[in-house]
Design a protein around this ligand. Sequence first.
Ligand code: AMP
Length: 369
Amino acid sequence: MIKLHNKYFKPFISAKKIDDALQRMASEIAEDVGDEIPVFIGILNGSFMLTSDFVKKYPKTCEVTFIKLASYEGVKSTEDIQRLIGLTQDLTDRTVIILEDIIDTGNTLNEVYRIFKNEKVKSLKIATLFYKPEAYKKDFKLHYIGIEIPNKFIVGYGLDYDGLGRNLPEVYQLKEPQYMTNLVLFGPPGAGKGTQAEFLKEQYNLVHISTGDMFRYNIKNKTALGMLAKSYIEKGALVPDQVTIDMLNAEVEKNTDANGFIFDGFPRTNAQAEALDALMHSKDSQINAMIALEVDDEVLVQRLLERGKTSGRKDDANESIIRNRIKVYYQETAILKEYYAAQNKYYGVNGVGSIKDITVRLSHTIDKI
Ligand code: AMP
């Protein structure tokens, strides 16, 4: 998967397949033109790469030149095609073969035929590497076709998306935005977010992102991020927003194929909630719900002390740090209930009981959403 500007593209046609198609076209054309020396005309910018590869495969003498017309703006094929530049040589009585990277609506061909009407060429033929039959709206004959493709936006091998992607040696297809389910699993330290996320991620095929786990991983591996986060975490304080937000963004970007995410331990501040909304928005998606595990403070303290016996977590090790984490939760994080409630996305779930019972409660809530 690759990202160009704000869109994702997935591999579609390999370099090998393109190569085979060009080889076949070169052989067919060479046979058809017989002893004549054709003039191949590549239409810039898109056909620069195919023209170069094609003429190397052409087994006989030929001439090569380029003309330029603009055709695409963004991902839509525009109706008005600009004028041509670059046709300077006399083509009277010549066999001219236009090399196009792609033919979709056929608008470019209109222009080509209009331009060549006055050129008194012997014959004008069209060769295109890619052809979208579903999009083609014209009657002009296409003499040589490399590969037929469905009506999808593609980039690579000369084709671009707003200027990017032309240099890719293979072709990629626009990945349509898919519907994602994104949940914020919320609650004070010790509420059971991590435990429940493990079940829910399997059940709903979601990617679980725990910012606490990510920090601990970085601390264990002594990364710069870990060093920075360590002092905050060991006091039971929050790591600064920008550090946390950057880390979270990078993790989400790594999972471009996800059906959705369970965010565990994030967001913890208003700034983080806003950053998360912006991130989801950039993916044409959103947070669907905040699901909060509701547990009394004294139960939390007992649970964390118990966990501290085996977790090896310094922030679970003594009661004063645990109480500080709970205090930080009420001071800085609990307000997010309002943030999501205002968007009708807050769902409270009783977080006391057996792990299994709580998973069932959570599933009921998620299924309703
Ligand atoms: P957790 O595993 O979610 O209990 O997180 C453990 C610790 O990591 C927290 O007490 C914070 O110090 C830090 N941390 C985790 N997530 C965040 C966040 N979203 N913002 C700031 N600090 C965080």
